[in-house]
Ligand binder design. Structure first.
Ligand code: GTP
Ligand code: MG
Length: 292
């Protein structure tokens, strides 16, 4: 009989490479939010996947990036800590874009700690990806490489097998039925935030946060949620509210539908738009909002 294995597997890489999509594809359900814009994920998200005798504890991370704001510092710290504490690292490379400076930086950090690492080529379903070289010349050759697609599932089984091989021998670290360490109210805040990337232009979602004020499950038929959309300035609030409240209404409907699909019951969602000047520079607020 094979020995039981379990351990933490970090999903690391630049913004938009497909870390959260890979997590969701591996788990076979939607846990982390995904958007076409970079820098969507703002926290370490644990997603637990049982596989045979093994338990893979995925850690989705924010894309490693540069920037002056306190929020960026906090996000990069998360990446550093996860890279340090994981048992296995998956270093993701968008096959359409290839190896970048961020990969060099992450690869040297992982090599310095002798962390078992897999190079994962993402978005393999795209024609642009298929035209590029694979495996990558620039990637350290001692690390195994696996091409995958979160969209089609290509390469996922092989990747999961390769991960299990590298996991330490250990009994399961979480109960069978546990999917994540994140509370439902936080997941709901994230689902609301996902809609912002879809519906609001350009930079605005980066200045915004979602704060759940009330999460009331006492009625088994209806889940009641009240949430603040935080913006930094009045001018942003006007855009988010929209003409006659049209935009905030649209945001609310989209969020309600995705939360209903997730929890499988009716949701009453009330959303308020609130100006919270400087939340992006305030470490305490960043922590309160669960981005640390
Ligand atoms: N075609 C295709 N698109 C993908 C695939 N994986 C991710 N994407 C797209 O790439 C974009 C970014 O995906 P995310 O999963 O949010 O990327 P991320 O690395 O988590 O991004 P951050 O959280 O911003 O660091 C989204 O538009 C996804 O739909 C894939 O396998 N195939
Ligand atoms: Mg992400």
């Amino acid at each position: 009989m094979s020995e039981a294995r379990a351990g933490f597997v970090a999903l690391l890489g630049p913004p938009n490479v497909g870390k959260s999509s890979l997590l969701n594809a591996a788990l076979g359900q939607r846990l982390a939010i995904v958007s076409a814009k970079p820098q969507t994920t703002r926290s370490r998200i644990l997603g637990i996947l049982p596989r045979g005798d093994a338990q893979i504890l995925f850690l989705d991370t924010p894309g490693r990036h540069h920037g002056p704001k306190k929020l960026n510092e906090a996000l990069n710290l998360i990446v550093q800590n996860v890279a340090r504490d994981c048992d296995v690292a998956c270093l993701l490379v968008d096959r359409c874009l290839g190896w970048t400076e961020i990969h060099d930086e992450l690869a040297s950090a992982l090599a310095a700690q002798a962390r078992p690492t897999l190079i994962v080529g993402t978005k393999s379903d795209l024609r642009r990806a298929q035209r590029n070289e694979w495996p990558l010349e620039a990637a350290p050759s001692e690390w195994p490489a696996q091409a995958v697609s979160a969209r089609t599932g290509e390469g996922l089984d092989a990747l999961l097998d390769a991960i299990v091989e590298l996991l330490p021998v250990s009994p399961p670290l979480y109960g069978d039925e546990v999917l994540t360490d994140r509370p439902m109210r936080w997941l709901c805040a994230e689902m609301i935030r996902e809609g912002l990337f879809e519906m609001l232009d350009k930079e605005l979602p980066y200045s915004m946060a979602v704060e759940v004020l009330r999460y009331d499950e006492s009625n088994p038929k209806i889940l009641k949620i009240e949430a603040n959309l935080l913006v930094e300035r009045d001018s942003q609030k006007r855009i988010v509210v929209g003409r006659g409240g049209a935009m905030v209404k649209k945001i609310g409907i989209r969020a309600r539908q995705s939360i209903e699909a997730w929890v499988g019951r009716q949701v009453h969602l009330q959303i308020f738009v609130k100006v919270d000047p400087g939340w992006l520079k305030n470490s305490r607020r960043i922590e309160e909002l669960g981005y640390q």
